[in-house]
Design a protein around this ligand. Structure first.
Ligand code: B1M
Length: 222
């Protein structure tokens, strides 16, 4: 990996947003994801390489460390902020089609459930791994998921639930999606959800954490 891509990856891994950011202390005063991404583009590094060999490499490391409890929610949020700052520079290349995304992932917290912190972390990780993410928010009904899936053909869908009571919504929504779009790829997650529950309701994949979901999605397009 070229030096600047390694530096960009480090900025994502450690949550270094820009030069002015005081976090993390060991990188104080150094250029962050913002300046380095701009510089890489100016130096002629392709937007695709910045994404796949810099930003995504860093985000992958964050996902693994988070799963292993080596970093916690605040650090992941700093990494996500660094990532989105860098993405501002890459956005024109996405729009022009010069950068290819892996696919589209639709996510929402299921009907009756307003918890969104975990869902937002999942969103950031999936986005940071090169997917377009359509975030439908919280308290999302089956019809809304289905409408989004019709709009984005072949998109994967993810349902998040934090309450034991809204696991029933997850089951109902999974059934409704299957009835309308039989070959839909449905992933489920959230604190009360288990692999057994996933199997019982006929979803395709369960992950207890964002990284597992990213690995599932990537395996589907490899
Ligand atoms: Co609520 N709440 N809450 N709450 N809340 C819990 C979940 C609860 C366990 C607290 C408790 O009693 N100990 C409990 C649920 C009990 C149960 O059902 N078994 C509970 C309750 C009862 C309630 C209310 C009913 C309280 C009331 O009003 N009486 C109410 C319900 C409102 C509603 O949704 N209709 C309610 C409200 C709220 C707040 C609004 C105050 C707030 C939510 C704010 C927000 O999200 N914007 C809140 C919070 C913050 C919590 C706790 C404290 C924290 C949840 C959280 O954000 N965790 C929670 C107790 C706890 O967990 N300590 C609690 C951090 C987050 C990073 O983890 O969401 O699990 P998590 O996401 C993880 C994984 O699960 C996974 O990745 C994430 C990152 O690792 N993941 C996926 C999540 N979605 C995934 C999808 C995937 C894959 C992985 O694939 C698609």
């Amino acid at each position: 990996m070229s030096e600047i891509l390694q530096q960009i990856s480090d900025c994502i891994e450690f949550g270094k947003i820009n030069k002015a950011a005081p976090f993390p202390p060991q990188m104080k005063g150094q250029d962050g994801a913002d300046e380095l991404t701009r510089q890489a583009l100016d130096d002629g590094v392709s937007a695709q390489d910045i994404l796949s060999k810099g930003l995504m490499v860093g985000m992958e490391k964050v996902g693994v460390k988070f799963r292993e409890n080596k970093v916690f929610v605040p650090q992941v949020l700093m990494s996500a902020k660094a990532m989105s700052t860098a993405m501002v520079h890459l956005k024109p290349y996405f729009l022009s089609g010069a950068v290819k995304q892996k696919g589209t992932f639709i996510i929402g917290t299921v009907e009756g459930d307003l918890h969104d912190i975990g869902k937002n972390l999942v969103t950031m990780m999936v986005e940071g791994n090169g997917w377009e993410v359509i975030d439908l928010g919280t308290d999302v009904k089956a019809e809304t998921f289905i409408a989004a899936m019709r709009e984005h053909e072949n998109a994967f869908v993810g349902l998040s639930a934090l309450l034991t009571t809204t696991m029933a919504s997850m089951e109902r929504i999974t059934r409704a999606i299957r009835e309308e779009i039989p070959n839909a790829k449905i992933a489920v997650g959230g604190a009360p959800v288990t692999q057994d529950f996933c199997d019982k309701i006929g979803a395709d994949a369960y992950s207890p954490d964002p990284q597992g979901l990213v690995e599932y999605l990537n395996s589907q397009v490899a």
